[in-house]
Write a protein that binds this ligand. Structure first.
Ligand SMILES: [Cu+2]
Length: 135
């Protein structure tokens, strides 16, 4: 009897773990490091429409931004005023700053460009990718 209970508990635990992963590699918890001039990691997979918790750290020596562009939009030569209207969500961090944010993942599956909006940083290679997967 006791053995059955243990097996049952293990089965529950396993199913919870599988549910949390969604089976697609998508996660509602992201952790991203920013420095000159890169994001680490550079690919994030999240479930559509879910609340996402994002742990951001700026370990560089200048200000950095985490800017998610709207679906179907990409920054041109460098991030400029014309791109402001295409921002889906953004956060900015001073050097040495760490913060936890929450935002709602876009409801439309697909790839979303992530960039740093500080002048010159996009050009220097601060680009990443948010991949929104259907639930
Ligand atoms: Cu930057």
């Amino acid at each position: 009897m006791k053995k059955h209970l243990i097996m049952f508990a293990l089965a529950i635990g396993l199913s919870l773990a599988l549910t949390a992963c969604g089976g697609s590699g998508a996660s509602t918890n992201l952790s991203v490091d920013m420095t000159e001039f890169m994001f680490n990691p550079t690919d994030y997979s999240v479930p559509a429409g879910q609340q996402i918790t994002l742990q951001l750290s700026n370990t560089g020596s200048v200000e950095h931004e985490f800017v998610i562009m709207k679906h179907g939009t990409e920054v041109g030569n460098d991030f400029g005023d014309e791109d402001e209207a295409n921002i889906y969500w953004e956060a900015e961090l001073q050097p040495g700053e760490s913060n936890t944010y929450t935002f709602t993942a876009p409801s439309e599956p697909g790839e979303y460009q992530v960039i740093c909006g500080i002048p010159g940083h996009y050009l220097a290679g601060m680009v990443a990718k948010l991949i929104v997967v259907a639930e």
